[in-house]
Design a protein around this ligand. Structure first.
Ligand SMILES: Cc1cc2nc3c(=O)[nH]c(=O)nc-3n(C[C@H](O)[C@H](O)[C@H](O)COP(=O)(O)O)c2cc1C
Length: 182
């Protein structure tokens, strides 16, 4: 699938078939994440692939009941939890070098977007999950000090067809030469 086609046809998928994801396909998806750019090539991302049903159920409990992705965490054949090593992205000699502090969110997002688009191009569904108790997820997954859980996505074959959600028009989000309030 062409990159532009993958970008425009990807949807957040919250219902999954029980069909397993082949290890080779999983590796392809993780490889796509691995090739993302990162701050000074620091590659702060780490990925935990969760297949164990009990762990998936525990992680589902870290989402509140109103989160529409909650059941997908429990039911998808596997879950990818994106973590970050802190104090690397946006840092030099252990100190932040911009007003933004730690750039781990940015770098993990780049890797996740590669992963999500690669998954979609292979017929797999994903949904970014950011609204959950990340500290509790880190405890469940034994994530060590100096690292944190950033986001997760179920991975599996879609069991729903989604219409695109609306986007702002370019005229609303792109300015010429300087910021414009018009
Ligand atoms: C950083 C981030 C966090 C998100 N967290 C959640 C979440 O906790 N639960 C959920 O169901 N969807 C979550 N989403 C999915 C968005 O709701 C979805 O991407 C958006 O509505 C656009 O729909 P689309 O992905 O189908 O284009 C998240 C998306 C992003 C980028």
């Amino acid at each position: 699938m062409e990159v532009l086609e993958a970008i425009s046809t990807r949807r957040s998928i919250r219902k999954y078939k029980t069909d397993p994801v082949d290890d080779k396909i999983l590796e392809t998806v993780l490889e796509a994440a691995r090739w993302a750019p990162s701050w000074a090539n620091t590659q702060c991302w780490r990925f935990i692939v969760v297949r164990d049903s009990a762990s998936k159920s525990k992680l589902a409990e870290t989402l509140n009941e109103t989160n529409p992705a909650r059941d997908a965490v429990r039911n998808a054949p596997l879950l990818i939890v994106a973590c970050a090593e802190l104090g690397k992205a946006g840092h030099k000699d252990g100190e932040p070098v911009t007003d933004k502090g730690d750039w781990f969110m940015f770098d993990v997002a780049l890797a996740m977007q590669n992963l999500v688009l690669a998954a979609h191009s292979l017929g797999l569904g994903t949904v970014y999950i950011g609204r959950f108790d990340a500290k509790e997820a880190a405890r469940i997954l034994a994530v060590p000090e100096g690292h944190c859980v950033v986001a997760m996505t179920p991975l599996g074959y879609p069991d729903e067809i989604k219409d695109p959600r609306p986007r702002k028009e370019l005229a609303e989000i792109v300015f010429a030469d300087k910021w414009s309030t018009k």
